[in-house]
Design a protein around this ligand. Structure first.
Ligand SMILES: C[S@@+](CC[C@H](N)C(=O)[O-])C[C@H]1O[C@@H](n2cnc3c(N)ncnc32)[C@H](O)[C@@H]1O
Length: 213
């Protein structure tokens, strides 16, 4: 679903930063070789992630859901000199693809990859985060929030992707869609949790920014 007309979407992208060549290549190869390429953040959201990272200036970032590495590279672009992004994906088949592009991007030193279930790996991380990007399985968003909120530095930012779920969050017949049901509960939870200040932005499929108080 497009929230803006395709013509306006193109206008928005055309009047934002260009997509770096390496990310165009990664996107092309993902579309050719990997299942469900629509999961990749893409040009416009990638530029949003890169710029937000530059604004937040985080030393330590966590990404839940690496996929083929597009958003991890966008975030790595925006990191300060001593900054690192820790990125987790459960799918072992993506590891070689990710490695190849992390190396090609020149940001290999800033990206620490983990393979496994984020719900198992995050509690074992002895780290605090300034920025977290939640972009994995939607039914677990609320669980991810519960385990990362204790690991956030004050003023830290939590970004949650796909929170509008193609508009299904306002449809009547969402009951058979586990992700829609989970996201409806998650969006309500973020709005009501006094530990965060939250704004849901209608960027691409919905991107929420929550600032930890
Ligand atoms: C939407 S994609 C991530 C897209 C990526 N952030 C980007 O913008 O290019 C979601 C990813 O989450 C991963 N994932 C799903 N459940 C997970 C879990 N429990 N732990 C870690 N990763 C998980 C999937 O394997 C998939 O690659």
């Amino acid at each position: 679903m497009h929230f803006l007309s395709e013509v306006l979407e193109k206008y928005v992208a055309d009047h934002s930063e260009d997509e770096p060549a390496i990310l165009k290549e990664l996107s092309r190869e993902t579309h050719l070789k990997v299942l469900r390429p629509r999961m990749l953040s893409g040009h416009f959201q990638g530029r949003v992630l890169s710029l937000l990272t530059k604004i937040v200036y985080p030393k330590s970032v966590l990404e839940i859901g690496t996929y083929t590495g597009y958003s991890a590279i966008c975030i790595a672009e925006g990191l300060p000199e001593n900054g690192k992004i820790h990125t987790i994906d459960v799918n072992e088949e993506l590891v070689e693809f990710q490695k190849k592009y992390f190396k090609k991007s020149g940001f290999q030193e800033k990206i620490v990859s983990y393979t496994g279930d984020a719900l198992d790996l995050i509690p074992e991380m002895d780290l605090k985060f300034d920025l977290v990007f939640i972009d994995a399985d939607k039914p677990n968003y609320s669980n991810y929030f519960d385990i990362i909120i204790e690991k956030m530095n004050p003023g830290g930012i939590i970004l949650s992707d796909n929170v509008l779920w193609s508009g299904k969050v306002i449809e009547e017949h969402h009951k058979n869609d586990k992700s829609a049901t989970a996201l409806i509960a998650y969006n309500k939870k973020l709005k009501e949790d006094p530990r965060v200040e939250t704004v849901l932005l209608p960027i691409r499929d919905g991107l929420t920014i929550s600032r930890v108080l």
